[in-house]
Design a protein around this ligand. Structure first.
Ligand code: PMP
Length: 306
């Protein structure tokens, strides 16, 4: 939940929560001109630590580059600013939301004359799809809305505007009684969730669509692929038809907010035994061990606040 007595980092300075405002005629309000990140800080056994901080910050800078938004801070500066913001808010465990957007100047579509603003906010945020979802799994529906084709909107940019597409799918899925949506890509093959990547397991092999399938290269996705391979499991990044979802033995979603959430049904078809699968549990356990520093940080994924 938001703590309105907190501080927000705004263009290099920490300001009071209530003063972190923009004008209604800012370019971003009208045309969705923003790029952002979602990062988590965990209160580990060894103190608060941010999971894959530099990779997230680099992705933010890359998202900006795609849209010719030259964020005037480097990876080191933004990483330090994130740590400073968490400390200023006295949080040990939080969700971190950096966002860069086109501000107030003029309202033509051409964006490059508007100032670029950079903001970092942090707040406590529990499990995105609900605490019990981690154990019981979620019910998802394949959306009638597809992910953007690669020559329409850049899926690799984590841009605010992409989330209008995500919202269509998410709202449709909730209206239909599901917890989450899976979108197909422009070819009609499995794409991703509205805010998660998708994995399925069949006959012991783990499958997930490749980045070329018009989806966001999730950092959790990448972490799970590496963890699975470290555990000696077979991972195949390959395109999949929709029906591959239905006949999977196990399926799960990954994302910074959703972490590793099992899927128990898709379009009301029960997946496997209709509960968290064995391999999913193994990967989920490993994920929480790593982010909570309960094992060796083999890949150097944790940045401790102190
Ligand atoms: N796909 C979409 C559309 C997302 O919004 C997210 C969340 N950032 C992901 C995938 C997962 O990415 P990550 O694991 O880096 O959070």
């Amino acid at each position: 939940a938001f703590d309105e007595s907190g501080k927000i980092w705004f263009n290099g300075k920490l300001v009071d929560w209530k003063d972190a405002n923009i004008h209604v005629l800012s370019h971003v309000v009208h045309y969705g001109s923003s790029v952002f990140e979602g990062i988590r800080c965990y209160n580990t056994e060894k103190g608060p630590a941010i999971f894959r901080l530099r990779e997230h910050v680099q992705r933010l800078i890359n998202s900006g580059k795609i849209y010719r938004m030259d964020i005037p801070y480097g990876v080191d500066e933004l990483s330090d600013a994130i740590i400073e913001t968490i400390k200023a808010n006295d949080l040990k465990e939080c969700y971190i939301r950096p966002v860069a957007f086109r501000g107030y100047k003029e309202l033509g579509v051409f964006p490059l004359n508007c100032p670029l603003e950079t903001v970092i906010a942090v707040w406590g945020w529990g499990q995105y799809l609900g605490e019990e979802a981690l154990e019981q799994g979620v019910d998802v529906g394949v959306s009638t809305w597809r992910r953007m084709a690669p020559d329409t909107m850049p899926n690799m940019a984590k841009a605010g505007s992409n989330y209008m597409n995500s919202q269509l799918a998410k709202v449709e899925s909730v209206m239909n009684g599901y917890d989450e949506a899976i979108m197909l890509d422009y070819q009609g093959l499995v794409g991703e969730g509205s805010g998660e990547n998708v994995f399925v397991i069949k006959d012991g092999t783990i499958y997930t669509p490749p980045i070329s399938s018009s989806l966001l290269g999730g950092i959790t996705r990448d972490s799970i692929i590496q963890m699975a391979r470290d555990m000696g499991l077979e991972v195949s990044e390959q395109q999949m038809p929709r029906e591959m979802l239905y006949i999977a033995d196990e399926a799960f979603l990954t994302g910074t907010a959703a972490e590793v959430t099992p899927i128990r049904s898709i379009d009301k078809i029960t997946i496997g035994a209709g509960k968290r699968g064995k391999i999913t549990k193994k990967l989920q356990d490993k994920f929480f061990e790593v982010v909570n520093a309960k094992c060796e940080d083999e890949h150097g994924w944790l940045t401790f606040l102190d």
